[in-house]
Design a protein around this ligand. Structure first.
Ligand SMILES: *[C@@H]1O[C@H](CO)[C@@H](O)[C@H](O)[C@H]1NC(C)=O
Ligand SMILES: *[C@@H]1O[C@H](CO)[C@@H](O)[C@H](O)[C@H]1NC(C)=O
Ligand SMILES: *[C@@H]1O[C@H](CO)[C@@H](O)[C@H](O)[C@H]1NC(C)=O
Ligand SMILES: *[C@@H]1O[C@H](CO)[C@@H](O)[C@H](O)[C@H]1NC(C)=O
Length: 679
């Protein structure tokens, strides 16, 4: 069937023609988006054939559908009220940008990753921010649910379509992990969330505030702009949002109060969804359409602001771009980098399909005064104890360096602002390897691994990851006797209690037993290996910016032997062979936190088998899990919304992020993402 013909026919029916286009930029043609109720998204029996058809038609023609009747209207009203505008003026987390037409946009940026939604830290006392913060969690979680429901529906529409079939997984990682369905890509993707307010303070003639462009990523979910006033209860739906239809007509989109969340497709559908969809002749088909759109701020009085929420869904950072073969995480970094240096058109166009949209200058591409882009975010220079002047006094430059004095190369690791000679300093190199790397595959075979695992007898065992097995018994003494075996050398091996609610899925603030390969650790030289391995108790810093071992390298407890019921004393040890490692303990507690023998503990483990610098663990060498000691039942991947795909780094936090429009007319994303290098 000829899809484009069907599209052309239907496009006309959705559009109510009111007047003739005037010179392209502004038109008075009105477009009413297709509305689908939330119930139809989540309930199969409500998703009738005719709704199914109108959803698919809308995504092919305009690229946009509006979801109505999402439960919790009050939540939306509270989150997108004058409090948001007032908070944007108070919060230190807010960023400001002035457009050419004089419109000021203020932004609170945050971010949801498979590990969970990140909070916004306003770093300021403000009643408005308090009110906003109270409403925002429920609002974000309801938008997350609607986003997931939309992704599931669209995924099943693509799979069931009679016209096309999907050719293989949509995306996969370098390690071969496949994101087969549309909803997998969305679920494991990064969702950048922005709360904006726009105020136009000048009386300039109505020109475009944001020029026509398509968004990066799979799609954006947004609430139509709301004009709020500094009096309670005063809200109107904003005008000024325009889209371009396949015919080239530019039309004004008429939203109303029922449009709770609008889904608008981005350039990602051109790049990695449509090419995977084949029709019966095996030629790729354009099934989904990315929507070009623009904003012209309406006139308003001084005590009014246009507030808006958008959630941009990007593919998983670990997934490879099918054309470029680089991971989306890396492409994103290259884009951020190019935008900062403002000189690399190649990288800028890298993550985008071709587009003839109009040119647009970059915005918000560099860090604020007093900060330096370092390790994927804007780091405070003064906090790092340096300044331009301090470095200049040593004839050095202010740079983003690692403890070994090497320059940041856009990878994950331990980086901070410091002084270095930019002309002669080398780029970050991998840590020196542990002695014995690479392992001998002949010796370190699967059979040998099995033998190592079963060299100790336990009644319970649980595979905590591809390379780790935890085995245990609950002893009559009230102690847990446990052995964590790792299919790798000893860089480190950690086991302990997750800090439930802590960032990185409970890694930050976790209490652990840590086997280390030596002593006298420094971040510049790593461990001294002569002393041999040992096991000690540590608490990982609860501060998400302090993942690196150097921040929490002091053991917390010099091993207090605390047997609960008997004279059995606690013990712990590490075995390290030329192939494998095992951490064994017999204990009632770790750092005074007792095992819950009557119930369930949330646990984590992590390992590094490569270096003696306590560097980053591999993606297969960590997980969170739970064990019910009373029944012996264990569960994998607890505390996470979905089984985690292999990641380049851990679920990340953003300190800030921004959408901006490139010279090719594609909105890019400068998510300044921090990724931990430990556990
Ligand atoms: C690096 O080289 C530039 C240009 O050659 C020079 O101006 C600058 O002083 C050098 N920086 C240092 C720290 O030597
Ligand atoms: C050893 O195994 C690793 C991982 O499977 C592989 O990458 C490497 O090529 C193997 N080396 C040899 C010498 O077979
Ligand atoms: C292991 O299981 C056996 C058989 O059920 C039991 O006799 C033994 O006491 C158990 N050992 C421990 C340490 O729980
Ligand atoms: C290394 O650590 C040991 C204790 O583990 C200590 O006795 C020794 O003084 C340390 N060496 C240095 C050079 O700090």
């Amino acid at each position: 069937m000829n899809l484009s013909l069907a599209i052309a026919t239907l496009a006309l029916s959705a559009q109510t023609s009111i007047a003739v286009l005037r010179n392209g930029a502004l038109s008075t043609d009105v477009f009413i988006p297709t509305k689908i109720s939330y119930l139809a998204l989540v309930d199969d029996s409500s998703f009738t054939e005719s709704i199914k058809k109108s959803m698919m038609d809308a995504l092919q023609e305009s690229g946009m559908v509006s979801i109505t009747d999402i439960p919790g209207k009050q939540v939306k009203d509270k989150a997108l009220s004058w409090d948001l505008q007032a908070c944007l003026q108070d919060s230190e987390a807010a960023k400001e940008h002035t457009f050419q037409d004089g419109t000021v946009r203020r932004t609170l940026a945050t971010h949801t990753v498979p590990g969970g939604a990140q909070n916004i830290d306003h770093r300021s006392e403000s009643p408005s921010c308090e009110a906003f913060s109270k409403a925002v969690d429920d609002f974000r979680s309801s938008s997350a649910q609607a986003t997931q429901a939309f992704a599931k529906r669209l995924g099943s529409l693509l799979e069931e379509s009679e016209d096309v079939h999907q050719d293989g997984a949509l995306l996969s990682t370098a390690e071969g992990y496949e994101f087969s369905a549309f909803s997998d890509v969305v679920e494991n993707g990064e969702h950048l969330e922005h709360f904006h307010s726009y105020q136009k303070n000048s009386n300039q003639a109505s020109e475009e505030t944001v020029a026509y462009h398509t968004d990066q990523g799979l799609f954006i979910a947004f609430t139509p702009g709301r004009m709020v006033r500094d009096q309670p209860g005063h809200v109107e739906i904003s005008t000024g949002f325009f889209i371009e239809l396949p015919s080239g007509a530019r039309v004004h989109v008429k939203f109303d109060e029922n449009d709770d969340l609008v889904f608008m497709l981005g350039d990602g559908v051109n790049q990695y969804v449509n090419p995977m969809l084949l029709d019966k002749t095996h030629a790729a088909v354009t099934l989904l359409r990315a929507t070009p759109h623009a904003l012209t701020m309406p006139e308003h009085s001084k005590n009014v602001a246009r507030v808006w929420y958008g959630r941009m869904v990007l593919p998983p950072a670990s997934a490879l771009h099918p054309k470029h073969g680089k991971s989306f995480g890396l492409l994103r970094e290259e884009m951020i980098d190019a935008s900062i240096n403002n000189n690399n058109e190649h990288a800028l166009s890298f993550g985008c399909s071709s587009s003839s949209m109009t040119a647009r200058q970059l915005e918000e591409t560099s860090c604020e005064e007093g900060t330096l882009l370092c390790w994927h975010r804007c780091m405070d220079i003064a906090e790092a104890g340096v300044s331009q002047e301090i470095c200049a006094a040593q004839s050095l430059d202010l740079q983003c360096i690692n403890p070994r004095g090497q320059l940041w190369d856009n990878t994950h690791g331990d980086f901070f602002p410091g002084c270095a000679d930019a002309n002669s300093t080398e780029l970050n190199t991998p840590y020196p390897s542990l002695p014995g790397i690479p392992r001998d595959n002949g010796t370190c075979s699967t059979e040998e691994w099995d033998a190592f695992v079963s060299s100790a007898n336990f009644n319970n065992s649980f595979e905590v990851g591809k390379n780790g097995i935890f085995m245990w018994d609950v002893l009559e003494s009230g102690q847990i006797k446990g052995r964590l075996a790792y299919n790798g050398l000893l860089g480190y091996l950690a086991f302990g209690f997750a800090n439930v609610g802590g960032s990185k899925n409970g890694m930050h603030g976790a209490t652990i037993l840590l086997a280390i390969p030596g002593d006298n650790y420094t971040a510049t030289d790593g461990f001294e290996l002569d002393a041999g391995p040992s096991v000690q108790e540590f608490v990982i810093s609860p501060d998400p910016a302090k993942s690196s071992f150097r921040f929490w390298m002091d053991p917390v407890n010099d091993f207090v032997a605390t047997a609960r019921q008997s004279s059995e004393i606690d013990s712990r040890s590490v075995e390290s062979t030329e192939c494998f490692t095992a951490l064994t303990f017999q204990a009632t507690s770790i750092n005074g936190i007792p095992f819950d023998l009557e119930g369930t503990d949330e646990l984590i483990w992590a390992a590094n088998g490569q270096d003696f610098f306590a560097g980053y663990h591999g993606p297969d060498d960590r997980s969170r899990f739970s064990i019910d000691w009373s029944t012996g039942e264990a569960l994998a991947n607890t505390g996470e919304t979905a089984p985690p795909p292999p990641e380049e780094g851990d679920p990340a936090e953003t300190s800030s992020g921004s959408f901006y429009v490139s010279k090719t007319g594609i909105a890019l994303v400068a998510a300044l993402i921090s990724i931990a290098d430990f556990i």
